[in-house]
Design a protein around this ligand. Structure first.
Ligand SMILES: [Ca+2]
Length: 189
């Protein structure tokens, strides 16, 4: 009897977990198959405390562009070499007016997990601060190794100590030893 009870409990727990994950995926937004917190390619807005993550870079870009760019390469590395995609990323706004301002990568050469930062407008000309994104609260502290700025933005990387590197004005396949795996915050200017 005890065994049976435990088995039913286990089945109930599995069902509950399944329902929970389905709910989470539905809450993700634009894509029905949008991912879980553990999927590698994430999208965040400035000061977000939560991010939305996907299993491929293509899905992340589709979400960040409000469905307007649905054919980005599956891998971020391929996207880095895709000039047509780069031009569209630079000019595409989502339906809500948001633009893709930066993509950060865990590994060098635009590989590994990615974090795409989505902002309500492009960065303004001149080098005043436009947006700031904390990386600690969203699981991205001490990870950034390569990056791409978009939407007229330059990217500065900050260490916990407040020390800064950048601004990075163009695609950067290696952020350099000084800040590699040390950034806890970015500023877009
Ligand atoms: Ca890294």
């Amino acid at each position: 009897m005890m065994k049976r009870h435990q088995t039913l409990t286990a089945i109930a727990a599995t069902l509950a977990a399944t329902l929970l994950s389905v709910t989470h995926a539905s809450a993700g937004g634009a894509n029905a198959d949008s991912g879980t917190a553990t999927a590698p390619h994430c999208v965040a807005t400035p000061e977000a405390v939560q991010v939305t993550c996907f299993d491929t870079f293509r899905k992340a870009i589709s979400f960040a562009s409000g469905g307007r760019i649905n054919n980005a390469p599956t891998s971020a590395r391929a996207a880095a070499d895709d000039q047509g995609l780069q031009q569209r990323l630079a000019s595409t706004k989502s339906a809500s007016g948001y633009v893709i301002a930066a993509t950060l990568y865990d590994y060098a050469n635009y590989t590994g997990p990615s974090l795409t930062v989505w902002t309500p407008r492009p960065c303004k000309d001149g080098n005043g601060l436009d947006f700031s994104q904390d990386l600690k609260g969203i699981g991205w502290a001490n990870r950034v190794s390569s990056l791409q700025p978009w939407a007229n933005c330059w990217i500065k990387l900050f260490k916990e100590s407040g020390a800064v590197e950048g601004p990075y004005k163009t695609n950067t396949p290696d952020v350099g030893n000084y800040i590699n795996n040390r950034a806890v915050r970015i500023e877009l200017e």
